[in-house]
Design a protein around this ligand. Structure first.
Ligand code: GTP
Length: 420
């Protein structure tokens, strides 16, 4: 009866199969999966004069066509136009809000042009605060409309900043991360661009305008941040035209003298747009992958065209990649590093063995030389001894002969004396 009861119990025990790896090793995967499920929210404010190339650049960055309409130059005041788009790249979803200034720089009196922009930014903070103050908050699915980054478009005059630019940036810098960009940089030569950049930076510094600095305190991105900071303000070229370069179709601008095409640099921005001095829009980290084309620029002349000495920087494609990819890339990097170290150790070991072998071979060679030397001495000694022996033997023979002759003589004299 007891056996039956045990048998019944055994049947009722469920055997569970593991549905995944158990251990804190899987924590990054969990974070990645959750972030991918939630999607990302990214709000860009584009400030710049009408027709400066705001829409073209955004279209180029996101490799889409947001179908913006041209604005007129006759707006009585500055307005802000926000549009939200749902984008998806591989399995990463992005809720992108582009806020464009309309009629900026078109009024005769530009003194108050910055005010609508400041009001807009404040209104977004206010909306977020109101949500936070609610007794029953739903920040999880709240559409965060706070501006994460402001791309400030500077006219490529090659001279200096306009009063309007300084005034606007000065009024925005405490509220938003400003990334100044020199628009339509293909209209300015390489040397002019460098001088212009230096001039702009010195003007910004002397007027106390704080622009966004890529985070240098984060070890993982310190190097790339330093490079990006060096390139500020970025010179940008936007284009929606596809041009054939080699056998590839690329987004570029085609001119009678050649084609302007940018190079890409990948930049990881971790929580980069939420400055600590600003109200935190989301408690969680937002990881964004940016592809910004800056740095070494390229001008490719099309066949038969005149090569220009102009040289350009291009912010080309803003591109979001999944955290999973980041994680995989890091893991890959780590494995690569480990393999490299293993290879290094192997090489070191082989080198040491080779060195030891060389030392042993040298010792062997020395021994062999010593042996040869001794052998030669021994040979010479033997030859000398052989010679001595030969001389001795000859002497013995001569002596024996002499002795035999003297014996005969002795016998003869003895016989003679006997007869006598
Ligand atoms: P509004 O929204 O009307 O204020 O204009 P915008 O600032 O969005 O400018 P838009 O992108 O519509 O570009 C205006 C014109 O500039 C278009 O003819 C573009 O082809 C041209 N353009 C845009 N980017 C560049 C650039 O990098 N270089 C040059 N040379 N032209 C550009």
């Amino acid at each position: 009866a007891t056996d039956d009861a045990r048998g019944g119990k055994r049947e009722s025990i469920r055997s569970l199969t593991m549905c995944g790896h158990v251990g804190f090793e899987s924590l990054p995967d969990q974070l990645v999966n959750r972030s991918i499920q939630q999607g990302f929210c990214f709000n860009i404010l584009c400030v710049g004069e009408t027709g400066i190339g705001k829409s073209t650049l955004i279209n180029t960055l996101f490799n889409t066509n947001f179908e913006e309409h041209e604005c007129s130059h006759f707006c009585p005041d500055v307005k802000l136009k926000a549009q939200t788009y749902e984008l998806q790249e591989s399995n990463v979803r992005l809720k992108l809000t582009i806020v464009n200034t309309v009629g900026f720089g078109d009024q005769v009196n530009k003194e108050e042009s910055y005010q609508p922009i400041v009001d807009y930014i404040n209104a977004q903070f206010e909306a977020y605060l109101q949500e936070e103050l609610k007794i029953k908050r739903s920040l999880f699915n709240y559409h965060d409309s706070c501006i994460h980054v402001c791309l400030y478009f500077i006219t490529p005059t090659g001279h200096s900043l306009k009063t309007l630019d300084l005034l606007t940036m000065k009024n925005l810098d405490s509220k938003v991360n400003i990334i100044p960009v020199i628009a339509k940089a293909d209209t300015i030569s390489k040397s002019e661009l460098q001088t212009f950049k230096v001039k702009l930076m010195s003007e910004l510094v002397s007027n106390g305008v704080q622009i966004y600095q890529f985070p240098a305190d984060d070890e993982t991105i310190a190097k790339i941040s330093a490079t990006m900071n060096e390139h500020l303000p970025f010179a940008v070229v936007g284009s929606m035209d596809e041009v054939k370069v080699g056998n590839k179709m690329v987004k570029a601008r085609q001119y009678p003298w050649g084609i302007v095409q940018g190079k890409r640099v990948v930049l990881l921005w971790a929580d980069g747009f939420l400055s600590p001095s600003l109200p935190t829009c989301k408690a969680e980290y937002q990881w964004l992958f940016f592809r910004i084309a800056v740095g070494n620029r390229e001008l490719e002349a099309s066949p038969g065209s005149v090569t220009s000495s102009r040289y350009f920087t291009n912010v080309k494609s803003l591109h979001f990649t999944s955290l999973q990819e980041t994680y995989e890339a890091k893991r890959h990097e780590f494995h690569g590093e480990r393999q490299r170290k293993e290879e290094e150790m192997k090489q070191m070991f082989v080198q040491r063995v080779k060195e030891k072998e060389a030392i042993l071979k040298e010792a062997e060679r020395e021994l062999q030389a010593k042996f040869e030397h001794l052998k030669r001495i021994h040979q010479e000694e033997r030859i000398k001894l052989e010679e001595k022996r030969r001389v001795l033997e000859e002497e013995i023979i001569a002596f024996s002969k002499k002795k035999a002759a003297s014996d005969i003589l002795q016998n003869q004299s003895f016989l003679a004396s006997g007869i006598g």
